[in-house]
Design a binder for this molecule. Structure first.
Ligand SMILES: *Cc1c(COP(=O)(O)O)cnc(C)c1O
Length: 345
């Protein structure tokens, strides 16, 4: 079996999740009659410290429903230059919501409050209106980097001053909370709306949550329906989400420990590795003068999967199926591959 470090999205549901799926009580969720979905949404709202929550099919759908709910076409949205919303959602913000993006490079994925403030549009007949600020925690392209509660607060303070809502792409927000040793509500208190993925490290098979105040979620529910995301007896796939939120968050610390072990071993092999804060390890391949894609091909030949993140950057992501033995094995394979580069036949 291959050691799959491509993403934490590859995690399969736990046995307990499969049991609750089979036993879920269901109804038609478009009529709001699915008791399992209602329970998941109530638990999620409480866990995130928001008034209400909505189960959506994916993180992308959750983020896009949030943008659609906050903005009208022609509005401007401030977001980090390497953010998932900008980089990895197929241009959906402009295609669906018709908004214009204003990107700001962050420091390890976190924008500086003063840069955000500078980008906010004043009143001028020539300007679009700044209607939303999007944050991402942990930040995927910055290698799972964490924004602290203080950093989130400093941007939220600016947003409040100009009365602009903040949306948090918290696909891996529980990883951030575990890494910081804070309750997830501490991070959510500095955002108006939030999206979290149930299907990444938390191991549910499908789905995300968006949360915010009651009015926002009512409107978001309408947008979700309009996008074809109103589902019927969806309690069968919402049921594992309840376990994801109530049983799977604390164990993310194990994934972080595996990532730390992997990074430490790779540095010992003289590879340049980005700082590791959560479950993502970014490794540079410039020093071995081999592109990420070429190195990954050789790695796959030895039974290890990862993804390319840039021409000379590989991303490894740890998750529930990756054991300490797997990490040891990956490091042995990496050492062999590096030797083969050093002494080509
Ligand atoms: C994975 C991810 C998403 C999107 O989630 P999907 O369920 O794959 O659509 C959004 N934002 C970030 C930061 C992610 O890592």
């Amino acid at each position: 079996m291959k050691i799959d470090l491509r993403s934490d999205t590859v995690t399969k549901p736990t046995e307990a999740m499969i049991r609750v799926m089979a036993e879920a009580e269901v109804g038609d969720d478009v009529y709001r009659e699915d008791p399992t979905v209602n329970r998941l949404e109530n638990i999620a709202a409480e866990r995130l410290g928001k008034e209400a929550a909505l189960f959506v099919t994916s993180g992308t759908q959750g983020n896009q429903v949030a943008v659609l709910t906050h903005c009208v076409n022609g509005d401007e949205v401030i977001l980090e230059a390497d953010s998932h919303l900008f980089y990895y959602e197929g241009g959906a913000m402009s295609a669906l919501a018709g908004v214009q993006t204003r990107t700001i490079p962050g420091v390890r994925g976190t924008m500086r409050a003063k840069d955000v403030e500078k980008a906010i549009r004043g009143k001028n007949i020539h300007f679009p209106r700044t209607k939303l600020i999007c944050l991402e925690n942990t930040h995927n392209r910055a290698g799972g980097a964490v924004s602290t509660v203080e950093q989130m607060k400093s941007i939220y303070d600016v947003a409040q001053k100009y009365q602009i809502p903040v949306h948090l792409d918290g696909a891996r927000l529980f990883n951030a909370a575990v890494a910081l040793g804070v309750d997830v509500t501490a991070l959510c208190s500095y955002t108006d709306t939030v999206q979290i993925c149930l299907s990444k490290g938390l191991s549910a098979p499908v789905g995300s949550i968006i949360a915010g105040d009651r009015d926002f979620i009512e409107e978001a529910r309408w947008w979700r329906k309009k996008l074809g995301g109103g589902l019927r007896q969806v309690g069968y796939i919402a049921a594992p989400g309840i376990l994801a939120l109530t049983q799977m968050t604390e164990r993310l610390a194990e994934d972080h420990e595996r990532a730390r072990q992997l990074a430490e071993g790779l540095r010992k092999l003289s590879l340049q590795v980005e700082p590791v804060e959560t479950n993502i390890v970014l490794v540079h391949t410039e020093s071995i003068r081999e592109s990420a894609v070429d190195f990954l091909k050789r790695l796959e030949g030895k039974g290890v999967l990862a993804v390319d993140f840039d021409e000379y950057v590989i991303r490894f992501t740890t998750h529930r199926h990756i054991t300490e033995e797997n990490i040891t094995r990956v490091l042995e394979i990496m050492e062999d591959l590096l030797e083969a580069v050093a002494s080509p036949r």
